[in-house]
Write a new protein. Structure first.
Length: 288
């Protein structure tokens, strides 16, 4: 019995060492691959856990105002919009802060009618989805606060689409609309030219259209192809996706490529490495 146990432990240790060695080799190969790509470094990413400004990582828990966590909802070139929130008093303070120094300006304070269920930004407004406090039935509404006018609007929940609340491009583009679909056998993004009404679809096959994409698709990953976020500027569409190192998806690379709606041509743009899986990209801002 002791011999069997010793053999089992030896086999387990050998398997563990082999697995670790394989993982380290995979990690090194993926790191070398992404390091070999030309990339822009002057960009901003907001994930579930971090704010990344020009490749400098900040833990979101460390970004505070008056000892309260700043909940970032929208990135701009020089700074970001956020809010602090007290679930007990339902007090919310709207903020704008600069990158680097994190110098923060208070834009206004309001008392909400109900607890925040989800928060987002669109059309120069903070949006909060919440339960309607004026009915005992399950009914939700949107509380909207305008940055420029400080005006509050209460909007029926049926008036706002999911594509607006969970916008792929944070409701920036006036030229294109975006609709993301997640399927068991492959995710895809539909992009519609608002003026012409023409819709085109992007899926994993887009990686076959540029050299870096072919290498990414060929490499073994712990994640499947996805579109995490989009950013459109003057007709150029920037698309962000994740590549997690097999098998644990850590480290994870967020890579960005450009896509031209008219020609459907792609080019690799940049990538950023996260030591732990970032879950999702809430927003990104591309500085040319």
């Amino acid at each position: 019995m002791k011999k069997i146990l010793v053999v089992f432990l030896c086999v387990s240790m050998l398997f563990s060492l082999t697995s670790c060695s394989y993982y380290e080799r995979e990690k090194q190969e993926i790191t070398l691959m992404f390091d070999s790509f030309d990339k822009s470094k002057n960009n901003i990413f907001l994930t579930c856990f971090e704010l990344v400004v020009n490749e400098t990582h900040y833990n979101l828990d460390d970004i505070t105002y008056n000892d309260q966590k700043c909940n970032i909802v929208f990135l701009e070139k020089n700074g970001f919009y956020s809010y602090t929130y007290s679930q007990d008093s339902l007090s919310v303070e709207f903020l704008y802060a600069l990158y680097g120094s994190f110098e923060t300006t208070s834009l206004g304070v309001e008392i909400l009618p109900s607890k925040i269920i989800n928060a987002f930004f669109g059309n120069n407004r903070f949006w909060f989805r919440m339960d309607d406090p004026d009915t005992d039935e399950f009914q939700q509404m949107y509380y909207s606060w305008c940055v420029s006018t400080k005006q509050v609007d209460i909007i029926d929940s049926d008036s706002i689409s999911q594509d607006y609340e969970y916008s792929t491009d944070s409701n920036r583009s006036t030229k294109y609309s975006f609709s993301y679909t997640s399927k068991l056998f492959g995710d895809y993004l539909e992009i519609t030219d608002i003026e012409s009404g023409i819709t085109k679809k992007i899926d994993s096959s887009v990686l076959n259209t540029f050299e870096e994409g072919k290498k990414i698709k060929k490499a073994k990953s712990g994640t499947r192809f996805n579109i995490q976020h989009a950013f459109e500027d003057n007709g150029t569409i920037y698309l962000a996706s994740f590549f997690g190192v097999y098998p644990l998806a850590e480290p994870c690379y967020c890579y960005v490529f450009t896509w031209n709606f008219e020609t459907e041509e792609c080019e690799f743009y940049t990538s950023i490495c996260f030591e732990t899986y970032p879950e999702w990209v809430t927003d990104m801002y591309i500085n040319k």
